[in-house]
Design a protein around this ligand. Structure first.
Ligand SMILES: Nc1ncnc2c1ncn2[C@@H]1O[C@H](COP(=O)(O)OP(=O)(O)OP(=O)(O)O)[C@@H](O)[C@H]1O
Length: 663
């Protein structure tokens, strides 16, 4: 069937599209019900009346925004250094590499524009420039991008909810399921305040259905196929219903049927929701052209080779104006790709014959006012709630956190528990053994969990930067949610680990031991967060964590006597979580011990010998020997809490500065 696409200028004509297939009509129904906010409200009030609301009413609710761009040039400036020998001064020069060269275009509400061209022609680079994300790659962009004729800055494009960008390799948090991922985005990204949480849940299910993803609703993202990931990336953006969608290679990794079905859905989004959509396409099949209204063709080095109606106008241009032979657009693309001279020639022809009318068409768009489309960010507590939920559903499935760490701790708990099994005060080396296990219990827990905390924070960094740039949530909400979730996780494993060792070794004061060990581990993990925030790779984290741990170990009182720490290193003792943790555990073990029997050590001819008789010491005397005061328990716990907060604040500030610099 032929349908007329509304067009202010009349230069883009009509397109043909299928309207009678089952999948089309099913998708159409879902789509028309999907994004009507009024539908949801009505459903709540009037039961089944939803379907009576016409698409026309829905369209009036929507924001129709055209996007145009003129003379977009993207270049990378490379600094090249040449040095004749090690000692000679280096000569540095800068060179400019043009990736996109004076490209112009326009897409209006209701249209799908396809950007096509040779590999590495600059299609993704153009999309990055249009979406406002080029500066994260340190690229220099000139030219203007207009929304409804108003010139915009990159920041405006990034921070408004007008543009939804589906990147070529969309990043996901890998452990949640498809439904959980979409729900998280529905709760934080759908800006309408009138939607209830139930409406959002329903929209998630409808979006899953629209993209034929029912089969993988409960599949963990890391297990999705390449094509399913593509569809999920599209679904994540489609969920929020932006006025303009930029989609990089939506059909790659999809089979012919799914590719066609997805293009059909994209076309319907544009057509029925009056959205302006730009897609980068690679080798589209001939029947896919019916879903495209316009074509922007890039040749070598980002030069523009064509812009216009996808099929008839393109064929006319390539055959009549450029003298190429062929029947379809893909044949011309192939000729341009295979021979850079043909590409150059076609680009020159386009510049001479067509560029000025395109620029006129762009300039003719009146400056229509844009609605205030700043991101309506959800409040801090809602962000915190859903970030905590997302961390917990994802974290609970992460094997590094769950099975592997639990197994490691169980194994260590059993080994240490059996090595120091049921310590008996009447044993010869009771004091030494009890003091050793008091140190090892905290140290082993911290060393095992530090890496997990640091690596998970570092792994999420790229996602965090992207989500903050997209204004999905704030760094404050993310950091607080992450720290809360990690703290709960650390407390659970501390309880589990302490119980094993305390019971096997026969240590005292189980309840308070759990309390102290948890705080010691939390302080250690706060240091791990600080390391992760300060590092840019796992290797750097590992290089930093071990020296830090060893240095803080030395000032715990177990190796170097607390009494002999030089004054200029006292500050290291006060920053050491091992010192406060170890001292507190010693206090718990010795404070109520009245008498300890142990063999006496005496000096005979300057060598230590064991006297056959026994010596008697109180627990308080043992503490004194280690430089620990029994009344320091509360102070130590307070200091551990201070360290936890201090290290986290330092970690947050460093992360904040790093992300600000990148963004
Ligand atoms: N940040 C950057 N610094 C230097 N060169 C870059 C940068 N980003 C992209 N390029 C280069 O720009 C060219 C165009 O890259 P782009 O990813 O835009 O191509 P493309 O047309 O999308 O390619 P494909 O179809 O293969 O995905 C490539 O040669 C690429 O190496």
């Amino acid at each position: 069937m032929k349908s007329i696409i509304r067009n202010d200028h009349g230069d883009y004509g009509s397109i043909e599209h299928e309207n009678n297939s089952t999948s089309t009509s099913t998708n159409g129904n879902i789509l028309s019900n999907l994004f009507s906010q009024r539908n949801y409200t009505k459903m709540r009030d009037d039961g089944e009346e939803t379907s009576q609301i016409s698409l026309r009413e829905q369209i009036e609710d929507t924001k129709e925004i055209s996007m145009s761009w003129s003379n977009i040039t993207v270049e990378v400036i490379k600094k090249e250094e040449s040095r004749l020998s090690f000692w000679s001064k280096s000569d540095s020069s800068t060179s400019r590499h043009i990736l996109v060269n004076e490209v112009s275009g326009i897409v209006r509400p209701g249209e799908v524009l396809a950007v096509m061209g040779t590999s590495a022609a600059g299609k993704t680079t153009l999309l990055n420039a249009l979406s406002g994300y080029s500066d994260r790659q340190k690229l220099n962009v000139t030219g203007s991008v207009m929304l409804n004729g108003c010139v915009t800055t990159t920041h405006q494009r990034r921070s408004s909810n007008i543009i939804g960008y589906v990147e070529q390799q969309e990043l996901f948090c890998e452990t949640p399921t498809v439904q959980e991922h979409l729900l998280f985005h529905a709760m934080l990204r759908m800006s309408s305040k009138t939607l209830t949480d139930d409406d959002r849940r329903k929209r998630v299910l409808d979006t899953i259905k629209l993209l034929s993803m029912e089969k993988c609703t409960s599949t963990i993202i890391s297990k999705l196929s390449g094509g399913e990931r593509k569809r999920l990336a599209f679904a994540t953006v489609a969920l929020t219903d932006p006025s303009i969608m930029l989609i990089d290679e939506p059909t790659s990794n999809l089979d012919a049927y799914l590719a066609k079905s997805l293009m059909n859905t994209i076309h319907m989004f544009a057509n029925e929701r009056r959205r302006s959509i730009i897609v980068v396409l690679h080798q589209p099949t001939t029947d896919m052209f019916k879903y495209l209204n316009k074509l922007c063709l890039l040749s070598h080095y980002g030069r523009q080779a064509f812009f216009g109606n996808s099929h008839p106008q393109a064929i006319d241009f390539f055959t009549n104006q450029c003298g190429l032979t062929g029947q379809s657009v893909d044949e011309f693309i192939e000729q341009i790709s295979s021979n850079s001279n043909v590409g150059e020639y076609v680009s020159d022809e386009f510049d001479i014959n067509c560029k000025s009318s395109l620029i006129q068409s762009i300039e003719s768009i009146n400056n229509k006012s844009l609605n205030d489309s700043k991101f309506v960010s959800v409040n801090f507590f809602r962000q915190l709630k859903w970030l905590l939920w997302y961390s917990s559903v994802g974290g609970a499935r992460s094997p590094i956190r769950t099975s592997r760490l639990s197994f490691r701790l169980l194994l260590m708990g059993i080994i240490f528990g059996l090595a120091y099994f049921q310590l008996d005060p009447s044993e010869t080396h009771y004091v030494q053994n009890l003091n050793s296990v008091s140190f090892i219990i905290g140290m082993s827990l911290i060393v095992s969990s530090m890496g997990v905390i640091a690596i998970s924070l570092l792994n999420e960094r790229i996602l965090l930067i992207r989500d903050i740039q997209r204004k999905i949530y704030s760094l404050q909400a993310y950091y607080l949610a992450k720290s809360l979730f990690d703290s709960i996780f650390i407390i659970i494993i501390s309880v589990f680990y302490s119980i094993i060792i305390v019971l096997l070794v026969n240590m005292k004061e189980l309840g308070l031991m759990i309390f102290v060990i948890s705080f010691e581990a939390l302080a250690g993990c706060a240091v791990a967060s600080l390391m992760a925030s300060s590092s840019s790779s796992i290797l750097i984290i590992l290089l930093l964590l071990h020296p830090f741990n060893i240095i803080f170990n030395q000032f715990s009182g177990v190796f170097l006597s607390l009494k002999s720490i030089p004054d200029y290193f006292k500050w290291l003792q006060y920053l050491s979580y091992y010192y406060y943790g170890y001292s507190s555990i010693l206090i718990l073990q010795w404070r109520n011990v009245a008498i300890v029997q142990e063999p006496c050590e005496i000096f005979i001819n300057d060598t230590i010998s064991i006297c056959p008789s026994v010596c008697y010491r109180s627990g308080i005397e043992i503490l004194k020997e280690y430089g620990v005061e029994q009344h320091d328990l509360n102070f130590n716990i307070l200091m551990l809490i201070t360290l936890i907060l201090g290290y986290h604040i330092a970690s947050f500030i460093i992360l904040f500065i790093r992300i600000r610099r990148i963004s």
